[in-house]
Design a protein around this ligand. Structure first.
Ligand SMILES: [Zn+2]
Length: 107
């Protein structure tokens, strides 16, 4: 079981993952127009999308890698779509978990 303390991911890591996701042509779709609920297409499986959700201060993804790592390209793409990886004042965004913001500020 992963604890929140394990999840300090440098912004450089997120940006690298966004570049990878973009290169692979991944797409992120807002579900029902809710900025806290997303489907991100899979690169390895063409008929699959992963669910990325912002829930109670957590940024979660349903992909397999997320069981082992506090980051993945799907979550990175959602952060980018929310405008959080390019703006220094992204900390004012209310929809992103505090620990994600903390990770961004620590970078
Ligand atoms: Zn993922």
């Amino acid at each position: 079981m992963m604890t929140m303390q394990d999840t300090s991911v440098p912004v450089a890591t997120w940006r690298r993952l966004v570049e990878k996701a973009t290169r692979e042509g991944l797409r992120a779709y807002r579900l029902n127009g809710d900025p806290r609920s997303w489907a991100v297409t899979s690169h390895s499986q063409a008929d699959t999308a992963y669910e990325v959700t912002i829930l109670d201060g957590d940024l979660l993804c349903s992909c397999r890698g997320s069981a082992f790592r506090p980051y993945c390209k799907h979550r990175a793409l959602v952060l980018a779509m929310l405008g959080l990886l390019g703006t220094p004042d992204g900390a004012s965004q209310p929809l992103v978990p505090d620990r994600v913001i903390a990770a961004l500020q620590a970078a």
